[in-house]
Design a protein around this ligand. Sequence first.
Ligand SMILES: NC(=O)c1ccc[n+]([C@@H]2O[C@H](COP(=O)([O-])OP(=O)(O)OC[C@H]3O[C@@H](n4cnc5c(N)ncnc54)[C@H](O)[C@@H]3O)[C@@H](O)[C@H]2O)c1
Length: 431
Amino acid sequence: MIITVVGMGKIGLPLAAQFASKGHRVLGADVNPRTVELINSGKVPFPGEPGLEERIAKAVDEELLEATLDTPWAVSQSRAVVVVVPLFVDAEGTPDFGWMDSATEKIGEGLEPGTLVTFETTLPVGTTRNRFTPALEKASGLRAGVDFWVSFSPERVLTGRVFEDLRKYPKLIGGINSASANAALDFYNAVLDFDDRPDLTKPNGVWDLGSSEASELAKLAETTYRDVNIGLANQFARFADKAGIDVYSVIEACNSQFFSHIHQPGIAVGGHCIPIYPQMYLWNDPEATIVRAARAANRAMPAYAVGVLEEKIGSLQGRRVAVLGAAYRGGVKETAFSGVFDVVDSLLSHGAVPLVHDPMYSDDELMALGFEVYHLGDPIEAVIIQANHIEYGTLHPEDLPGARAIIDGRKAVSSALAKAIPTIVLGSFPA
Ligand SMILES: NC(=O)c1ccc[n+]([C@@H]2O[C@H](COP(=O)([O-])OP(=O)(O)OC[C@H]3O[C@@H](n4cnc5c(N)ncnc54)[C@H](O)[C@@H]3O)[C@@H](O)[C@H]2O)c1
């Protein structure tokens, strides 16, 4: 089978490698000439995906993978087209369909009868059927569901472990009609392998959810669930702070019961997915009070952490406060929607002088993000831990000279450090 993957990014390129590893010929369409050039020389344009470099080198060497700037040509050669071009959303979740619209139009221009187009980019419910399907029909002059097939199949993998996750999770699909669903079932069965998952209610494999809308909702629902769950954990943490209870041991105890799955509280929810997809869901369903409340609870946490610091050491006016962790979570060099921005803004609004440290970022990179840089060992008056980088578990008092308090937003600090510098873990603040 010849397959086109549109969007050769952190998700599209591993998908192309996976399809090639099953013996299919893959055409990788992208708008970035450097990306196309690198892939055609057997190289990976970005670091950090285990196993990807070897697979790409092998696929290019075996002439099973070729990248191109010419999307219509690639599509015209293919029986299946997988679309994984980003959909941008602002902090309120309002989508900007620009890149996706332009990719869809190019796909339509090359579309031949009998082709499956399957969208994997996370989308608001209804987008596959109401926006992209008519666009494909208009550009191709063909009838969707009759001359060609359209499905939505959310990408559920995490970067850094794509190949592992592709085997682990059921591949959810939903067609715009049953012929489209059948085409998507056949396609994904031909390109993926699945681990045995005795814990699932049905065999691991391709699961047809019955419609493109159900499949779109599945991705929004599984990510929104996590935001809501964290929002609840944060609410418990704030109550525990007032009541002088350690919420972490309470959550551990609760989760020993089979039906309780309370997530961990924390100073912020960041990254491309968890803070954003609930907003995309709210775009579909503005009446979703629980989702809206959880989002508000999570967004309030950075300011809450700064408030706890002020309670502990008094006015923050003019005080130098080190914020440890620019990344949205430990071990990942990514600041998309990171809590660092709100923590720094909140400190500034209290008149403090925030300085930011992150072991994964150079001084220049931190300054380019708009931060004043903190180096471990520089004099400081207080510390807020924003990301749980592994290095923060082995900090010594000499790393933070002069610190009168640490607000640990991630339960990252060692007990030895907490003994030396008064430390408040959010959610276990003694009354
Ligand atoms: N990154 C993740 O962790 C992750 C996880 C699950 C799902 N997803 C989904 O995958 C989507 C893509 O994410 P990513 O991390 O691969 O993005 P990315 O930014 O790494 O790559 C996107 C690629 O698309 C290309 N592109 C842009 N416009 C194009 C067009 N019109 N035609 C062809 N190519 C075009 C870009 O040049 C780039 O190479 C996300 O929007 C999300 O919905 C991402």
